[in-house]
Ligand binder design. Sequence first.
Ligand SMILES: [Ca+2]
Length: 350
Amino acid sequence: MRGPAIGVAVLTMASLTTGANALSAAAPAKIIIDTDPGTDDALAILLALNSPELDVKAITVVPGNVTARQGLQNALQVVSLAGRCDIPVAGGAQHPLTQKLVTAEFWHGRNGLANIELPPPQCAADPRFGPDLIIAAVHQYPHQITLVAIGPETNLALAVSKDPSLASLVKEVIVMGGSLSGGNVNAAAEANIYGDPEAAQIVFKAGWPLTMVGLDVCNRTLLTPAHLAQLAKTHGPENDFAVQVLQFIIDLARRYGYNGTALYDPLALGVAIDRSFVKTEDMRVDIETRGEFTRGETVANRSNTVERNVPHGDRLWIAGVDRVRPNVRVAREVESERFIEFFISRIAGR
Ligand SMILES: [Ca+2]
């Protein structure tokens, strides 16, 4: 764990030679959360706001689980609940790049927040356009910002398309999305990628350091009724809200045969806080944007090789095997119980 005492020590010699980079190693990690709130988004935001390892520079809202308008309202309500009106919260894209918006009130409640009516937000929306806010923040803090995308990747795609220099100026990008072993929307696609596959392909091909925290790994972070009972023993506005949200999604999951709910978006924030929650493997991952059955699938090359076919008479034949360069650190393992306990500890009593 990084501690404040280390930060003071670094101020002496290292800052003279390497400047901001040395400081940032000890200071809280600067992040921007791009989100479609969303029940698990709300839990992820609360985790981030209660984690001293993170310095949340902005929250940008993307349509997905709910419309852009509802999502902005929800983000403002959650940030208000946490008493953090100092954090800019901005709207962004109003729809996916090319396809129709698919919303998920079915899973998240009619308002996206488990039908819980939070008080009207105390915080006001930042008037800037989310992707522009991302661009400005990355330039203000070059090589220091981690973008954590926990919704469809429309805003990130718009930002890096408008300003390709972001690819070399962000510290890293952490995405909750995709899967190496089937989807939740259908057999192939995970919801965040399915929500805007063209945007996801731009984000996956952008050339920035990208970590994928996928569905298959998140599914192992199953917060059970026993965990919920543990969190329900403590109280506070955020704690009580989280308990209500979790109760809603656990009840919903039970109807589909699950004894608990996976902490999808919170795990992406967990990785931003402490990378050792997951183990990753470097792979070439592309997004299927066509595909009769597979639109929105994250197509991962486990061996990072492709056969090279060349013309040979009236056919092709295999002339060799080429290596492909990995573009994604794909989470493969997760210390799920440690993460769930960590999540609970950060929300408890807040
Ligand atoms: Ca989300």
